[in-house]
Structure formats: C-alpha cells, structure tokens
Design a protein around this ligand. Structure first.
Ligand code: ADP
Length: 409
C-alpha cells in the first residue's frame, strides 16, 4: 500500500484527500473550513470499500459525514478530520497511510523539488510567506499541526513553484536593477506547477509519445489561470510571476496590468491594501461581469449582456496573446493542452481561443470539441498539425505521486 494523505491548507481551511499514490485513485476527501471562526464546517466523503482491504464497515458505497463545530485552529482542524475518518468506520491508523504530502504555493528559489519536511524546511516555508502572504502562512500552520499529530509519518512539501525553476533567465528575470531584484527576491517564480507537470505528463501518455520529445503549451484555466510553455517536460516560461496575480485574466484577478497603473492609483490616494483587494479580489471576470463563475459569465454573454461579452473577449484575447508568444518561444508546438474547470468544460472558450489559427497548423474539430466527454481527449481535427487536447488536471494525485517517490527513495 502506498497511500498518501494530501493536504492543501489555507489560513482558514484544510482540504485533504487520501490517495493511492501509484494509481492516483482517490479513497477519501474532505474539507474543514471556517477555522478560527465561531462555527466551523467539516464535510468528509469516503469512497473506501472492502476491495481496498481497509477493514471497517465499508459497504462499497460512498459515505458522507458532515459536522458543524467550532474549529479553533489547524490542530483542531486535523482532529476534526481524524474524527470524520473514524465516523465512516475507517480510522486513520487503519488505512495504511505511508506519508503526508503538503501542497505549498511558494517555494521561492530555494525549493526546486519535493522536500522532506523538518523544522528547517518548515521555517523556510514560513519565511517565504513574505512572497505569498495569502498562502504560505496557512501552509505553515497546517505543517506544524500535522507534524505534531502524525509524528511517525514522513511529511513532504510539494511546491507549486518548483516545476518552473527550470525557466531560463530570459523568462524568469524582470528588467530591473539586479541588486534590488536580488535584495527583495523579485523574479518570476510561476505557479500551478503541480498541475502543469501532471497535465503535460498525461498529455504525453495520451499521445503515446515520450515527454522528452514534446513541445507543449498548457492552458490551466480555472478560477486561477496560467499558461505554461513546456519543452521536453521542462517549464521554459509561464504567465504567473512573482505572485499568482500576473498573466491571464482570472476569476477575480486582473492578470497583467501596467505597473504604472498601480503607481497612478497610489498617487490618487488608494492605499496598498485597497489596490491589493482591487487586483486580487475584485478584478478579472468578476470585475467586468459581476461574477467570477465562468458558467454565469458565459450565460450572461449569450443573453446579450455587453459587460459579460467584454469579459470573455478580454479573457480570450489575453490567452491568445500568450499562446502566440509561447508558439514563438518554443519554435512551434506539438500540443496545446486545456485543463482545469473552464479549460476542461467550456467548449466555446476552447473554440474561441483556437479560432482562425490554420496558418499555425491549429485546427479544432467542432464535434470532438463539443462532445459531452470527461477524460483525456483530442479535440483537434485529423489534419491539424498541432494536437489540441483536453487533459483533466489532478493536483492531488500528482502531490501523492511526488511525495511517495521521495519517501520510497
Ligand atoms: P480552482 O482554480 O478554484 O481550482 P477550477 O479549476 O475548479 O478552479 O475552475 C473553476 C472555474 O471553472 C469556474 O469559473 C467555473 O465556472 C468553471 N467551470 C466549472 N465547470 C464548468 C462548466 N461545466 N462549464 C464552464 N465552466 C465551468
């Protein structure tokens, strides 16, 4: 058994999944949220059955446990998770868990691969919170709590930035005074690396071709969104930067904006927190169309709402600009790969992104694109020189795989 408990924690929530690391099968998942508020919420779903050899009361079905209770801190959050596992008849110590894998958003330039957690690594993750104030502090709290609660299990940090540490300096460096950049850690780190990595590997598997031979452009279009140029399985450029705010238009984030606009707003009296909130939480699709849910934006656009139409137009335009840049950087591409909530599910946006690209050898087959399908699939036409694929992302399976590989040695 190679079961890994994957943890994706924020400052007020813990998402977790129990994953069979060698197959990526999800055995259980859950969410503890509103940590630190008067009333927290726990929802746990177990898919464990007798076939998993886990004992307990597994009846082959799906069991859901839900609780409302105060969850004081991350330690209490993990205790609630442990209780939920027990309530489904599968206590955590009966499950053959071999490691914990923690998703960490910002690993800076320090962490270029999955890393076994010890006090030093945990402290460094905490320090890197300066570069990721919305993410790393929550990861750190969860890491401290989980190490206290599961002292006998190896715990691995898997970083969203690590995959992009192969970027050459012309992609990763900003054109500012190098001394200031070094002093403040200012460079492109890139994010969504776990997703770009698993999706590009699965795309190669789908095509039956060696990853090392492929040039790919992966478009991760979820609530957060980023593009990545991947040459032979290595990230060579990506649209997010120092923070996950750069690049594509997202659910609530602006993506690229002239840095001069920020100076202008500062001079006009907005303070740093106002601008932070504006660009991270009130921009993107939400800023234009009043909702960050792509389905609602699409429905409003189809009903004739001009704001929603503009939102989609800017969204698609930005993606195409990156697509064009990466086609040039890579010297052409073997595959363009769509993933995440919007990329996997919205055929119309895929068609808009790939419209009129015949000259580049990119041609979508409308029937394949619109087919009501879920798994990995090809949506390009047979005469398209570039393969256009939809490959569902699975960050938890990838974290489990990477954690297990490290622990197994
Ligand atoms: P996150 O970045 O939070 O992981 P997801 O990858 O789950 O985000 O993507 C969320 C986005 O995907 C939302 O904008 C949602 O509207 C969109 N989405 C999910 N399902 C569909 C669908 N069937 N059609 C269009 N958009 C969808």
């Amino acid at each position: 058994m190679t079961r890994v408990l994957v943890i994706n924690a924020g400052s007020s929530s813990i998402k977790y999944q129990l994953v069979e690391a060698d197959t990526g099968e999800r055995l259980a998942s859950g969410l503890v949220e509103r940590i630190g508020e008067p009333l927290g919420h726990v929802v746990h779903q177990s898919l464990i059955n007798d076939a998993h050899g886990a004992g307990g009361s597994g009846d082959g079905g799906e069991t859901v446990v839900e609780r409302e209770l105060p969850v004081l801190d991350h330690t209490a959050g993990f205790a609630a998770m442990v209780e939920a596992f027990a309530a489904t008849g599968h206590p955590v110590d009966s499950l053959g868990i071999t490691a914990l894998g923690h998703r960490v958003v910002q690993g800076g330039g320090d962490f270029i691969e999955p890393t076994l957690l010890d006090d030093g690594v945990a402290n460094r993750i905490h320090e890197l919170g300066e570069l990721a104030p919305l993410h790393n502090p929550g990861h750190y709290q969860a890491i401290v709590a989980a190490r206290r609660l599961f002292p006998g299990l190896p715990q691995v940090a898997v970083f969203d930035t690590a995959f992009h540490q192969t970027m050459p300096p012309e992609s990763s460096r900003y054109a500012i005074d190098p001394a200031i950049a070094a002093d403040h850690g200012i460079r492109r780190y890139g994010f969504h690396g776990i997703s770009h990595q698993v999706v590009s590997r699965r795309a190669a598997e789908f095509l039956g071709r060696p990853l090392a031979s492929l040039k790919q452009i992966v478009l991760h279009l979820g609530n957060g969104a980023s593009a990545c140029a991947i040459d032979g399985g290595r990230s060579v450029d990506t649209s997010m930067g120092l923070t996950p705010l750069a690049g594509l238009v997202m659910g609530t984030r602006s993506g690229d904006i002239d840095p001069g606009a920020i100076l202008h707003l500062l001079r006009r009296g907005l303070d740093v927190d106002d601008i932070d909130e504006l660009l991270n939480k009130r921009s993107g699709l939400l800023g234009f169309a009043g909702t960050n849910d792509f389905r609602d934006v699409r429905a409003a656009a189809e009903a004739g709402n001009a704001d929603a139409q503009l939102a989609i137009a800017v969204y698609v335009h930005r993606i195409r600009a990156y697509l064009g840049a990466y086609l040039l950087e890579l010297g052409g591409a073997d595959a363009i790969v769509f993933t995440a909530g919007v990329g996997e599910n919205n055929a119309a946006v895929r068609a808009e992104i790939c419209a009129d690209l015949d000259w580049f050898g990119i041609r979508i087959d409308p029937d394949r694109n619109e087919a009501d399908a879920r798994g990995p699939r090809r949506i390009s036409s047979d005469d398209s020189r570039v393969e256009v694929l939809v490959i569902p992302t699975d960050e938890e399976a990838e974290i489990a795989r990477q954690a297990w590989e490290l622990v197994r040695g």
